[in-house]
Write a protein that binds this ligand. Structure first.
Ligand SMILES: Cc1cc2nc3c(=O)[nH]c(=O)nc-3n(C[C@H](O)[C@H](O)[C@H](O)COP(=O)(O)O)c2cc1C
Length: 220
């Protein structure tokens, strides 16, 4: 009889332990942004466009909104910044990327194959001020652009919440969130960031969709 009690006590303890581990992980996955000081970091490479294109999406990876020409990721970053009232930081490389599509494709391919971590132009001096950092990038050759690797080389996101977003041509995040987890093992990284196809970026509904996603994050 005593043995039976002992066994069920062990079972209950194991159950409580497993439940608390599960709850802790679930909490760690949450990324409430309510009341948090927010930074929006992005990398984006608007390409040269045909000057006869007027509004909305053009042939290249740019959108034209209110007479401003923006890269796709840059446009999404601007919506997030406006909504969160956070600060904006653009990742730029010392050596500029080609503006024409084909040379850019070849340049990025070589950079990735050779595992180049390009030198960055500007420095972020106050990462410690922020609790939540949105990080946005296009997918290049199924990965983050190499400039993001340079960025993660330079900063330690220990204890910070990272919320990834991307624009892409069909690959979605393509494993890049796991890559960020590998590079920043001590950050709390939201697994289901926001991925928007470049074909949808200029749609009228996109701003609304981004705002809804942000509201969901606030209410978590
Ligand atoms: C060099 C390069 C490589 C790309 N590789 C991919 C890819 O592997 N998968 C994908 O879905 N889209 C790919 N794309 C498309 C971009 O991810 C997409 O156009 C993105 O919206 C560009 O964002 P940006 O305007 O902010 O730079 C690539 C674009 C470029 C320029």
């Amino acid at each position: 009889m005593r043995i039976v009690h002992f066994k069920s006590a062990i079972k209950s303890i194991a159950l409580i332990f497993l439940t608390s581990v599960f709850c802790f992980n679930a909490l760690a996955e949450q990324a409430s942004i309510k009341g948090k000081k927010t930074l929006v970091v992005y990398f984006s490479q608007p390409e040269n466009i045909n000057p006869t294109d007027v509004d909305g999406r053009t042939g290249a990876s740019v959108i034209v909104k209110n007479d401003k020409t923006l890269g796709s990721t840059q446009y999404i970053a601007s919506i997030i910044q406006k909504q969160t009232q956070g600060d904006l930081f653009r990742i730029e490389t010392v050596t500029p990327y080609p503006l024409e599509h084909e040379p850019l494709i070849r340049f990025a391919e070589k950079e990735q194959q050779e595992n180049v971590h390009p030198a960055l132009k500007n420095k972020l001096n106050n990462l410690n001020d922020y609790d939540v950092v949105f990080i946005g990038y296009p997918i290049w050759w199924y990965k983050m652009p190499m400039a993001l690797y340079s960025f993660f080389d330079q900063y330690d996101f220990n204890g910070k919440t990272i919320i990834p977003f991307t624009t892409h041509g069909g690959s979605h995040f393509s494993g890049s969130i796991s890559e960020i987890k590998r590079l920043e093992p001590n950050a709390n990284i939201l697994s289901d960031g926001l991925a928007i196809s470049r074909n949808d970026v200029a749609d009228n509904d996109t701003e609304k969709d981004v705002i809804e996603w942000l509201n969901d994050l606030k209410n978590k």
